[in-house]
Structure formats: structure tokens, C-alpha cells
Design a protein around this ligand. Structure first.
Ligand code: HEM
Length: 464
């Protein structure tokens, strides 16, 4: 095949580039570009060129760390680095800080560690059930508020042994950290589509941004100080923060205080919003597909999970069908928009496209997951796509909500275990009812979150 350059869409404007072809709905915008121009497309966004793909074979090469492609922080991630600092999420793969922290923190996510986290996860599930019991069945509840509180509480508790008290009762507010973080994330996203000058002007948005950053730092300092004054006693019940404070590599190197601060912020951020969105979208889809909900309940009951028990890690591992459901949610509503990578060395990728050293490339997750050649009827929510037989027919690079390889999500197992545990517990007790028109995503948020998802929480009177 002939070597060709990535397709460049017609209608590129000076300065704005292709921004207006992608707005207002960026996800649909990218899908349309791939439909029109093929699987590898180069767009210009306010002067920054980025090459996108929706093709698993190309994605495979981009996401695996290699001499050709790597994770290097630029663009939107550069903005997130303003608060993620040298944390795992926002450091280059060839940065020594990433290598050390990756090595030292991996054990905090081992299967053994996951087992140790199960009890806390179930307790938080139980607290959430109690909060939900405080609503009457005709009240409209912003469900994302609760999925956010419970996932934040979980990472606070299992990661750092810290109680944020966010699932104590129905009047629990957002934690100021959540608001501050939400603001910073939104700003960082807005900054990607704004003139760079704006962030240096003495505007209220910028002042609030700085205040929010300070607030996040002070919360984290409190979490660390608390642990240092009450060190964890038990060796075999280490949490993430213990690993950060005490782990050393073979040369006796550990994480610096400053690095630990960046890691804690990173984990508080990375550890909750994505899982929260996943739970909220799942509840929304289940309200539209009672037959799927019924199958989850059947599975949960078959595993011996009862409405008033705390699921064990064996039980949560046994929730295979529920895992299929979560996979389908993550396909359709991948919380992250793209996997951004950097080309280190010229390469011709499948399809014959020439990618050059220095190019910025990004797997567009929504477009990949809606690629009709791989997922017939992509807008249809169907967990049966994830039976082992069906899955085998597809490339494993056709589903990348957690990415893959060394730079993939370190919290994947934690997120899935948490989501399964909580779903089992709340579904045994309640039906989540949504009667409105189809829900869209919040275009201003960097992660894909449901917009105005108001649900009624109705106690369940009958189990399968
Ligand atoms: C990295 C997705 C939950 C911590 C990533 C990446 C993705 C992702 C796609 C790679 C980003 C990139 O290539 O730039 C998700 C999704 C989640 C989830 C969809 C939930 C459904 C979590 C949780 C934690 C976590 C619960 C922490 C407990 C991290 C960290 C990284 C990361 C620290 C950076 C890892 C590294 O590069 O070494 N996540 N994540 N994530 N995630 Fe998650």
C-alpha cells in the first residue's frame, strides 16, 4: 500500500483551525470526521495540531509504550499538571519520577491489596443505602452528587484512611475539595479551547482557580499530617498512603514529600470522578433496560449477596454479568475523552499513514468505541457484546477506557470492584427511576458526565 499523510479536513480556518467543526458536541464532531475522512485524521485546534484515530490497529501502536510512541504531557494534560504536578497521571514516561512512583505504588493495587479494600468499600455502600433510604420515592435526586460523594469517600478511605464524611446523611454537601477540583478541571479544559493570554489576566476565573488550587493543597496536607501523627500500625493492612510514605526501591529510594503531595492530589482526582460517572451512567441505562437490571439482580442473588450483608471480595469477583454491564457503560460513556501520546520516531501505521517524530496523536475513545465496523449498532446499549465468545471476536484494542500497557489506569481493578460492590448493594434495595428525555453529557466537563440526571430512588419490594 502507498504511504499517505493523515487526512486533513477541509475548512481549516486561520487560528481556530478545525475547532468549529468539532464544536458544540466534540464527541459527535470527531465521529463525523472519521466517517468523512477515514481512520486517521489531523486537526488543528487553535494552532495545535493533533492526529486522531478511531481504529484499534492504530490505537494498539499508539498506546503501547515503545521507541515510537510514548506518553508525554502536553495540551489538556499540561493544564491538569498545574495541579497534578509530578503525580503519576501527569508525568512523562521517561521521567524518573514516573518510573519510581509506578514501581513503588503498583503493589498498592495488587489482588491482595484489593481484597483488603473490600470491607471499606462495602461499608461505604451500606452508608449510601442509608442515605438513599432518607429520600421519598417521588423526590428527584441528582444521582451524580451521590455517586461522586461515595466514590470520593471510597478513595479517601481505602487510599488514605481518611473520612471525608460525605455519605453520612442526605444533607451531606459536596466536599470543598470536590468543588475546587471540579472548578480546576473545568478551567483546565476551557483553557484548551481559549486563547492562552486569558489565563494570565487578573480575572475572577483565574483568582478562583488559584484559590481552588490552594484549597486542594491544604486538604492534602491535612490528610498527610494526620497520617504522620497517627501512623498505621499493621504491616499487612497497608493502604496507598502507607506505600507512598514508606516504600523504597532496590536503591533505597522513596518518594519525596513534595511528590507524595502530588500523588495524593492525583489519586483523589483520578480515583473518583471517572468511577462516579460510570456508576451514574449505569444507573441511567438500567432505568431504561429493566431486563438488564433483572439479570444483575439474579446474579447478585445467586452469589448469595443479601440486602443487608456486606459483599465479600469473592462475591464481587463473581459478578461476571455485572462486569459485562460495566464494560458496556465504559464503551458508550468512556469517562476520558482521549489517550494522548507523542511520536518519538517516524512510523507508518496500519492503513499506510505516515506519523512523524514530534507528532501529537490521540486515540479518540468515543469514536473508537462507536466504530461501526467493530460495534454494529453502536448507540445500542447491549452488555451481550461482552460475553467471552463475543469479546474474542474483537481486537483487545477496540475497548480502551482504561488504556493499556504501562501507562494504563493503575486503579482499574479498584474502580471495577468498587462499582460492582456498590451496584449490588444499592440495586438490591432500590429501583432507580428516570422518566425524562434522553440524557446528554456535559460538554463543559473534561470527563464525560451525565448532564442533569435526576432520578427517583424507589425502595424495592420484590427480589427475583
Ligand atoms: C490513568 C481511566 C479509575 C488512578 C488512567 C488512564 C485512563 C484511566 C484512560 C490513562 C490516561 C492516559 O493515558 O493519559 C480510568 C477510568 C476509571 C479510572 C475509566 C474508572 C472507571 C481510577 C481509580 C484510580 C485511578 C479508581 C485510583 C484509585 C489512575 C492513575 C493513573 C490513571 C494514578 C495514571 C497511571 C500512570 O500513568 O502511571 N485512568 N481510571 N483511576 N488512573 Fe484511572
Amino acid at each position: 500500500d502507498q504511504v499517505k499523510l493523515p487526512a486533513v479536513p477541509a475548512g481549516t480556518l486561520p487560528y481556530f483551525g478545525n475547532l468549529y467543526q468539532l464544536l458544540p458536541d466534540m464527541l459527535a464532531g470527531w465521529r463525523k470526521l472519521f466517517d468523512e475522512y477515514g481512520p486517521v485524521v489531523k486537526v488543528n485546534l487553535l494552532g495545535n495540531e493533533i492526529i486522531g484515530t478511531n481504529d484499534p490497529a492504530v490505537a494498539e501502536l499508539w498506546v503501547k509504550e515503545s521507541e515510537y510512541f510514548t506518553k508525554k504531557i502536553y495540551g489538556g494534560l499540561q493544564e491538569v499538571k498545574a495541579f497534578g504536578g509530578q503525580g503519576l497521571f501527569t508525568t512523562d514516561s521517561d521521567d524518573m519520577d514516573w518510573k519510581l512512583a509506578h514501581k513503588l505504588l503498583m503493589p498498592a493495587f495488587s489482588p491482595r491489596a484489593m481484597k483488603a479494600y473490600q470491607h471499606e468499600m462495602s461499608v461505604i455502600g451500606q452508608q449510601t443505602v442509608k442515605v438513599f433510604q432518607q429520600y421519598s420515592p417521588d423526590e428527584e435526586v441528582e444521582i451524580l452528587h451521590w455517586t461522586t460523594n461515595l466514590t470520593f469517600e471510597t478513595i479517601g478511605k481505602v487510599g488514605f484512611g481518611y473520612d471525608f464524611n460525605l455519605v453520612d446523611d442526605r444533607y451531606a454537601d459536596n466536599h470543598p475539595f470536590i468543588d475546587a477540583m471540579g472548578y480546576c478541571l473545568k478551567q483546565s479544559f476551557a483553557r484548551g479551547t481559549q486563547s492562552k493570554i486569558i489565563k494570565y489576566l487578573p480575572l475572577e476565573v483565574n483568582r478562583r482557580y488559584d484559590r481552588s488550587l490552594n484549597l486542594m493543597h491544604s486538604v492534602v496536607d491535612e490528610v498527610i499530617t494526620e497520617r504522620k501523627s497517627h501512623p498505621h500500625a499493621s504491616e499487612d493492612n497497608k493502604d496507598l498512603l502507607d506505600f507512598m510514605l514508606t516504600a523504597r526501591d532496590e536503591n533505597n529510594l522513596g518518594l519525596s514529600d513534595e511528590n507524595i503531595r502530588d500523588q495524593v492530589i492525583t489519586f483523589l482526582i483520578a480515583g473518583h470522578e471517572t468511577t462516579s460517572n460510570t456508576l451514574a451512567w449505569t444507573l441511567y441505562e438500567l432505568s431504561r433496560h429493566p431486563e438488564i437490571e433483572q439479570k444483575i439482580l439474579q446474579e447478585v442473588v445467586n452469589l448469595g449477596i443479601t440486602p443487608d450483608s456486606l459483599p465479600t471480595s469473592e462475591q464481587s469477583s463473581g459478578m461476571k454479568y455485572t462486569y459485562q454491564v460495566l464494560k458496556e457503560t465504559l464503551r458508550m460513556y468512556s469517562p476520558l475523552r482521549a489517550l494522548a501520546k507523542y511520536c518519538k520516531k517516524d512510523m507508518v501505521v496500519p492503513g499506510g499513514y505516515q506519523i512523524k517524530a514530534g507528532d501529537r496523536v490521540a486515540v479518540q475513545l468515543n469514536s473508537l468505541h462507536y466504530n461501526e465496523k467493530i460495534y454494529p449498532n453502536p448507540a445500542q446499549y447491549d452488555p451481550n457484546r461482552w460475553t467471552p465468545e463475543e469479546e474474542q471476536k474483537r481486537s483487545r484494542f477496540a475497548w480502551l477506557p482504561f488504556s493499556t500497557g504501562p501507562r494504563s489506569c493503575i486503579g482499574m481493578a479498584l474502580a471495577l470492584q468498587e462499582a460492582k460492590t456498590v451496584l449490588a448493594m444499592i440495586l438490591l434495595k432500590f429501583r432507580f427511576v428516570y422518566d425524562g428525555p434522553p440524557i446528554g453529557y456535559d460538554p463543559k466537563s473534561p470527563t464525560i458526565r451525565p448532564l442533569n440526571l435526576m432520578m427517583r430512588i424507589v425502595p424495592r419490594d420484590k427480589l427475583p
